[in-house]
Design a protein around this ligand. Structure first.
Ligand SMILES: [Zn+2]
Length: 417
């Protein structure tokens, strides 16, 4: 199951934009960047929208057939755990094992002892190519980190074996994710986590740490770009070391979650990937849905009416809608226009407030984040919303494709904007 050096997670809330998303990757291929599409959807999203994993498989297969895509592609059971994985087993061939909730659960003392005994080498001064200062991990530090993460990695092993028993080992891609937690993982922690993943026999092909800084949904990175750049390079160096010394799969790579729209770190990510000749998996934050809204608004008429209604309803239900995403959005309520004001906007005014163009005075990051979590409102509109997606398909598709290709693929994989 080869994921390829570069892969791109294209979540699609309503399952209508598969072809338009794939068109972005086809343009990338023509421009010289081979990128594997991965349609991802989490249990959380499925339950909010009322879809099932089989719907994502249907969308992916249909888009691939319609576009004549002959490269690999995957369907990702995103952020699953042992309690909800079963529903995904048949339709998915990529599993993101989310064990963030298990971080910090104390591991058994014998497990920590055994880990420390097995990995004495990690406690010698470690010169890792690409890291200026050698790692000097003391026994106490290694034991503390192992205590913090072993239970989480053991849980990942449990979920992995559960899936492998049902689907067969080697028939799916495995990602281990620890990004939905409060504290970022340091490169030393990453090294120890990877050692534990190797011990557990998980053939991880991607690993999603929590990086420093804020990765809010649908908006730019907030934090020190220089600090991120250093951390990202150290993580790449650690991965290369783990592949060589710990026997993890040769194509193991970093997965960046909520990676769409993090424009200010694309340049350092690209530079780091080139420096280390490394691959990456980048998951978008489900922002295709925002392109649908932009397309609807731009089309005017009933399309604009729906976009305005989604905003008005989302504004009135802000606390409920933001709840599940509280840790990954930062809305400044003072920046939100009233529903009446938005109702008076024409299509271009709505689109330019929402479109992620930070150089535009009209761009409103708070409005964008509120609408990002407002997809539940559109889901509740049912056929009215889905019919509009069809009626305005052409306009919407242009926005979806351009967003993926121009704003994401070009700066990340082609080095131009
Ligand atoms: Zn994530």
């Amino acid at each position: 199951m080869l994921l390829g050096k570069y892969s791109f997670g294209i979540g699609d809330r309503f399952g209508h934009q598969g072809k338009a998303q794939l068109a972005g990757l086809i343009k990338a291929r023509a421009a010289g960047a081979e990128i594997t599409p991965v349609w991802n959807k989490s249990h959380r999203e499925h339950s909010i929208i009322g879809t099932a994993p089989g719907d994502v498989r249907y969308e992916a297969d249909a888009a691939v057939a319609a576009c004549g895509w002959n490269g690999p592609y995957f369907v990702d059971a995103d952020h699953i755990g042992i309690s909800n994985v079963d529903a995904f087993v048949e339709a998915s061939d990529f599993f993101t094992l989310d064990v963030a909730d298990f971080i910090g659960r104390p591991a058994e003392a014998e497990a920590v002892d055994a880990f420390a005994a097995r990995h004495e080498l990690l406690m010698e001064t470690l010169e890792i190519d690409g890291i200026a200062e050698p790692f000097d991990v003391q026994t106490s530090e290694l034991r503390a980190i192992a205590s913090k993460y072993l239970a989480a990695v053991q849980e990942a092993g449990r979920i992995y074996r559960h899936i492998a028993d049902r689907k067969g080992a080697g028939t799916f891609v495995t990602e281990v994710s620890m990004d939905e937690t409060d504290a970022p993982q340091t490169p030393v922690e990453m090294l120890i986590i990877l050692a534990a993943i190797a011990d557990e026999g998980i053939p991880a092909q991607t690993v999603a740490p929590k990086f420093s800084g804020r990765f809010n949904k649908g908006v730019d990175y907030v934090g020190s770009v220089e600090g991120f750049s250093q951390e990202f390079q150290q993580d790449l160096a650690v991965i290369a070391y783990a592949v060589e010394k710990l026997g993890l799969p040769a194509d193991l790579k970093l997965s960046v979650h909520s990676g769409s729209d993090k424009f200010s770190i694309y340049r350092p990510i690209r530079a780091a990937l080139r420096k280390f000749d490394a691959g990456v998996h980048l998951k978008t934050a489900g922002t295709t849905w925002l392109e649908e809204l932009i397309g609807l608004a731009s089309a005017g008429g009933e399309g604009l009416g729906i976009a305005q209604e989604v905003y008005a309803t989302a504004l009135g239900r802000m606390d409920e809608l933001c709840g599940p995403y509280a840790s990954v959005i930062d809305i400044d309520r003072g920046q939100l226009p009233s529903a009446d004001e938005v109702a008076s906007w024409d299509g271009e005014t709505f689109a330019s407030a929402l479109r992620h163009d930070q150089s535009a005075a009209s761009y409103n990051a708070s409005l964008r984040q509120l609408l990002h979590v407002g997809y539940k409102v559109a889901a509740e509109m049912g056929p009215r919303f889905l019919d509009a997606l069809q009626a305005y398909e052409e306009t919407i598709a242009e926005h979806v494709t351009a967003n993926i290709y121009e704003r994401h693929i070009r700066p990340l994989f082609l080095g131009s904007r």
